[in-house]
Design a protein around this ligand. Structure first.
Ligand code: ATP
Ligand code: MG
Length: 433
């Protein structure tokens, strides 16, 4: 037998049934996606659909050469024409590229959202994959803290809709403007350089390349050292301090709880002023379900006119996993009504099903296909979890009737085909989920 070909490590199938490796079903994904779309609609955000592959220099320039993503996580290939292309590791760079290419931010504001697969070559583990999905929002043209607050309010509403309010918490920080951050970086490097022996290896490396990321280090000794390090808040510019105060004031009035985390720096180079994360403790180490911030410099960095911008991205795998750990009971039925027939009447039966779908569009009606004895068809009907089987056999076709069988009680009755829709619409509350 030929060797089996399997999926690529860290890239998952999303199935209609739960499996040991992936307990989250496609129904769960659909339910989440529906809420995301609806909430975007409520706030007047528009969808943008972007290519999955972009020219490599886009990500290098947008994300920064000295970041985890560009240094070690990108799927980069040379295509048949000799160009270097990269599977997108995130959505912001492509979104800004598209806005510039089509003049979307020229003299106007934009509120955009997207969703889809992202690719990073990381060590696969729970909540961390090589193909994963993000839902992202990017806004352009608004410089004040009101829009930062709107994004946070919008995410808070999503948690309420998803029933997650109790298990996520908000952390915010401000990174200040580039100049303030530069002065702070120098102070931090000066301090850490005098304590090199207490730094972990990664942090030593970052000291010259990306010292702010050291604040993120999980290493206990490094963390202890950081306790006495200079803090960014002491170096902030006045405008950023005021922007942050405005954001906090709006969150306070809106009753959104948050923790100011001075160590929150985010991994990407392009952020300034506001950064935020929604974190859960229910998923182990991979606890950040949503992360974002302001990136006023990115549009110019990619060749456009100065345009303030703020956005966030949510990791959908972490979100659906979280929902799954909280809500074990989901509707796992496959059908509301199961239609059985004989080989001589299948044609007629399929038409009965079509008519019902026209007239009762919210019912899930599954027709038995593939033949077999009535007894076995009814067993199959039971397995789907349907409440009702409709039988269209030769007798029924002759009489212009349908036999309605309630699968839980076995009770059955003949209904004239012309009466079927009325009969079922009276039962709809019991039938559908
Ligand atoms: P982390 O610190 O967990 O590596 P990150 O800073 O690299 O996260 P972002 O680039 O900000 O993450 O992406 C936004 C969100 O996308 C994350 O908060 C997370 O929910 C999700 N995410 C990032 N990388 C992965 C991955 N490899 N697998 C699954 N989800 C991911
Ligand atoms: Mg990462």
């Amino acid at each position: 037998m030929a060797a089996k070909i399997t999926a690529i490590r860290g890239m998952n199938d999303i199935l209609p049934i739960p499996t040991k490796d992936n307990p989250v079903t496609s129904q769960r994904w659909q339910a989440v996606e529906q809420i995301l779309r609806h909430t975007m609609h409520q706030y007047g955000y528009k969808e943008i659909r972007l290519p999955i592959v972009e020219n490599t220099p886009l990500f290098k320039r947008a994300i920064g050469e000295i970041t985890d993503i560009v240094e070690k996580e990108m799927y980069t290939f040379t295509d048949r024409g000799g160009d270097s292309i990269t599977l997108r590791p995130e959505g912001t760079a492509g979104c800004v590229r598209a806005c510039l290419e089509h003049g979307l931010t020229y003299n106007q504001t934009q509120r955009l959202w997207y969703t889809g697969p992202m690719f990073r070559y990381e060590r696969p583990q729970k909540g961390r994959y090589r193909q994963f999905h993000q839902f992202g929002v990017e806004t352009f043209g608004m410089a004040s803290a009101d829009i930062d607050a709107e994004l946070i309010l919008l995410t808070a509403r999503l948690w309420r809709e998803l029933g997650l309010t109790e298990v996520v918490h908000l952390e915010i920080n401000t990174l200040g403007e580039v100049q303030a951050r530069q002065t702070y970086k120098e102070a931090l490097v000066a301090y850490l350089s005098t304590h090199l022996e207490h730094l972990d290896e990664d942090s030593k490396r970052r000291l010259s390349s990306n010292p702010l990321r050291i604040l993120d280090s999980k290493d206990a000794k490094t963390q202890a050292l950081l306790a006495n390090a200079p803090t960014l808040s002491d170096y902030l510019d006045a405008e950023s301090t005021q922007h942050f105060a405005q954001l906090r004031a709006i969150l306070d009035v809106a009753g959104i709880h948050y923790r100011v985390n001075p160590r929150l720096v985010r991994g990407l180079d392009y952020y300034n002023k506001t950064v935020f994360e929604w974190v859960t403790t229910a998923l182990g180490a991979q606890g950040t379900v949503c992360a974002g911030g302001r990136y006023d410099g990115l549009v110019t960095q990619l060749g456009g006119q100065a345009t303030p911008a703020v956005g966030f991205a949510m990791g959908l795998e972490r979100l659906v996993l979280l929902l799954d750990t909280l809500q074990q009971n989901t509707n796992s039925t496959e059908a509301d009504i199961y239609l059985v027939s004989e080989s001589s009447t299948i044609q007629h039966a399929l038409l009965v099903a079509e008519t019902l779908r026209n007239q009762l569009p919210n019912l899930r009606i599954v027709s038995h296909c593939g033949g077999g004895q009535l007894k076995n068809q009814l067993k199959r009907a039971d397995k789907t979890g349907a409440k009702l089987a409709l039988l269209v056999g030769e007798q029924e076709v002759l009489n212009q009737t349908v036999t309605v069988k309630w699968l839980q009680t076995g009770e059955q009755q003949q209904i004239a085909q012309t009466e079927l829709t009325t009969y079922l619409s009276q039962q709809i509350a019991t039938l559908s989920w």
